[in-house]
Each structure stands twice: as structure tokens, then as C-alpha cells.
Write a protein that binds this ligand. Sequence first.
Ligand code: SF4
Length: 313
Amino acid sequence: MFYGPVLSRRFGYSLGIDLVYLKVCVYDCVYCQLGSTTNKTVERKKYVDIDFKDFETELKKRIKNCSYLDYITFSGSGEPTLNSDIGKLIDIIKKNSDIPVLVLTSGGTLGFDGVVDDIKRADLIKVSLDAPDNRLLGKINRPCKEVSFNRNILGLKKLLDDFSGDIWLEIMILEGINDDLDSAYMFKHIIEDLGEGIKKIHLNTAIRYSGENYLKLPDRGRLEKIKDILGSKAQIIEKVIYKKYNRELVKIEEEIIELLKRRPVSINDIASSLSLNLNEVIKIIDKLLGEGEIKYSINENMKYYFKPKELKA
Ligand code: SF4
């Protein structure tokens, strides 16, 4: 359930908590780095059997062993708010630590009973909003039938009313799908209607592994234009600068490179071979690809990563 700490582009060092197994989600996003959704559901239940006393003990141990953490983050192998224990777990963290609690959610559960009440004790909530209407929600996020654009917006408005922390929105910009200027103006009106509670708007691009090979990165000029339309809260998410990469992460990175020297391996196989969380692996793979240390090939729609012999480790 705990993993990391991982270093991310936006949130620095965070201790991750994964509350669902791979891949329980309300969506099946075309850009999902975790592959296709195997359990598409709106059902909220425990999913992972958590003993609260053990959770508290492990939490204290993990915090003690980390020299520095920016956040304790609910994220992972699917939609964390589907786990009905999330509110209780946030309470346990708040009782034991001053480290800010971050929830990363698709936003597809916010319109369902109890979700806003459970996560409103966090400090920061990042909500995805990839579609400015129901048609694009279907095309990009491929949600459960119970989820609709209007329901998501009503849930987001409830979150804005009830939550006193910061809310950041993330829009995954996909070329030819939601990168047109009409969509940008629709996003602008929706976000203006949501009001001042939205503190930041992150324009992200699917730079990592994604399930659908037809996806392309939008060009930089178009991203800049969308940013200008959305105004001063909007920023384009740049690649992480790994200056603060710590010793523990370097060791994991070395282990992954060693594995990839031997044969091409999928992300899932890297995670299971080295007993790492998938998110942890994805972030390191992202970094190694960006640095040109590793490459990938595609076989039957699956990406296999390898360390080219001619490149130095
Ligand atoms: S919401 Fe997140 S985990 Fe769920 S399908 Fe989309 S990208 Fe994947």
C-alpha cells in the first residue's frame, strides 16, 4: 500500500499510498500509463484490507525513515477515492504528521455520495478535467455509464464549497482531440464559472507510456496558445529537473537499468521483478527515457524497455 518516496514533476518528494489494486477506476483513459482498466466501476468499498493500527505504525516508520517529504499522496494503481477507507486514513495521517496530504483524483467520483466528505480533510486535491463536455469525456476518459460531465462538475462545485485547501486542475492535452481553440474557450468558461477556489491549472501532455499508440503530443505553440486563453493560473507542465534525486532513488534506478541490460521488459514486469510500485517504476522510466538512457520497442501494443548496448549506464 505504501510506496516510494517518488519524485514527480509537480509535487516533489512524496510518500505514496495506493488504495486500490491494478486497475480499479471509474475511467479507462486513452492516455492511461497503467494500461487498460480491468475493473471499471463506481463502487466504493475497501478494495485493500487495511488494519488501521498497522497503517499508523507503518506510516510513522516510513516518515521516520524519510529525510524529507513534500507530500503524503493518495494515488496509485487506479482511482484512490473508490476506496471507502480514504477519509479514515487521511484522519490517521493528520493525527500523526504535519506533512501535507495530497489526493490525486480523476474527478469522476466527486459527484458520488461521501467522496467529497471523505477527502475534504486533505491539504491539496488535484482533479483531472480533460474534457470540456460530455462528448469528449466519453472519447478521452471512457467513463462508467453512471459518470457524466454534469455530474463531475456538480461534484467539483461541492468540493469547492466544502473544502478549505487548494484545488489544482489538470488537463491532459491530446493532439487532435482536445487541443483545438474551441475546447480551450470551453475550458476557460467552465473554470471561470468554478471560481477562485481553483488555484492552478496544469496543462499536461502524455509523455509517458500510454495504452493507445495513436496519441500524439500537441505542438508547443498550441500549448502556449491554450495557456494564454486560460489565463494566469495556467501553466504547462515541464519535465522534472532531477537535481534533488536522492540516494535511495538512484539505487532503484540502477537496479532497473541492470534488469533492462539483460532483456526488454514491460513496466509491469519491472515492477513485479523488483517488487516496486508501478507508479514508482513509471516515474523512473520517464526520467531514463528523457535522458536517453533507455529505449523501448512495441510488440502487440505493449511497450518493452531496454538498455541499448552502445549506451553507457
Ligand atoms: S483516471 Fe487515472 S488511473 Fe484511471 S484510467 Fe484515467 S489515467 Fe488511468
